[in-house]
Design a protein around this ligand. Structure first.
Ligand code: GDP
Length: 197
């Protein structure tokens, strides 16, 4: 599936522009600069498939890619810009909430967390949204190559503890690096399993 030809489907600034629900959908979300574009590119083996984070906060669309008629990958807009105006943040939350609530074919949301920093307050907010919408999610710890092994292990443990306190039933945690490729086969396999379900 990941070797397939990827097609850009659409960029939806609000829920009115969402493409029709078709097949299984998997979405990636994370704080800006967490490494989401790099991960999309690493997973699909294509550069520049995901938006590049040139101007933080400017791209607020949900971007849809299709690999097969029955599989859609969704690059959700980044969050957590310290300087983002409140109305922008509110609009983001409204769009995301509406998307999460209405998308019955959304099989899993992968929440990207910076492996150097762990779960921060802004990440807790998206996890709250996901818990409230009862959407199934998993955690992807990014940039594992950027910290010492012991430090990364500490972030992983801390993440497990924070996640355990949430209502979602045992979300999986994937340690990854788009730079070295660590964890990418496991992540691809997890996505492939969703398609097979
Ligand atoms: P986005 O804003 O979440 O889409 O983040 P990007 O994918 O644009 O990544 C932000 C920065 O982190 C860029 O400079 C990337 O090159 C870098 N980066 C992303 N993933 C990794 C990784 O796994 N390892 C390392 N060393 N750098 C990474």
């Amino acid at each position: 599936m990941f070797a397939a030809e990827w097609q850009f489907v659409t960029a939806a600034p609000t829920t009115e522009f969402l493409p029709p629900m078709q097949g299984v959908e998997v979405a990636l979300v994370g704080r800006s600069n967490v490494g989401k574009s790099s991960l999309v590119n690493a997973l699909t083996g294509r550069t520049h498939l995901a938006r590049t984070s040139v101007t933080p906060g400017r791209t607020q669309e949900l971007i849809f890619f299709r690999a097969q008629p029955e599989f859609m990958l969704v690059d959700m807009p980044g969050y957590g810009f310290a300087k983002a105006p409140k109305d922008k943040v509110d609009a983001w939350v409204r769009t995301i909430r509406a998307y999460l609530r209405g998308r019955v074919n959304l099989a899993r949301v992968f929440v990207l967390i910076d492996g150097r920093h762990g779960i921060k307050a802004v990440d807790e907010e998206i996890l709250d949204l996901l818990d409230k919408a009862a959407v199934s999610y998993a955690i992807v710890l990014t940039k594992s190559d950027q910290v010492k092994t012991t430090e990364f292990a500490a972030r992983l443990k801390e993440t497990q503890e924070k996640i355990r306190r949430r209502p979602a039933a045992y979300p999986e945690i994937f340690p990854t690096s788009s730079e070295t490729g660590k964890g990418l086969p496991e992540l691809r396999a997890a996505i492939a399993r969703l398609l097979a379900e």
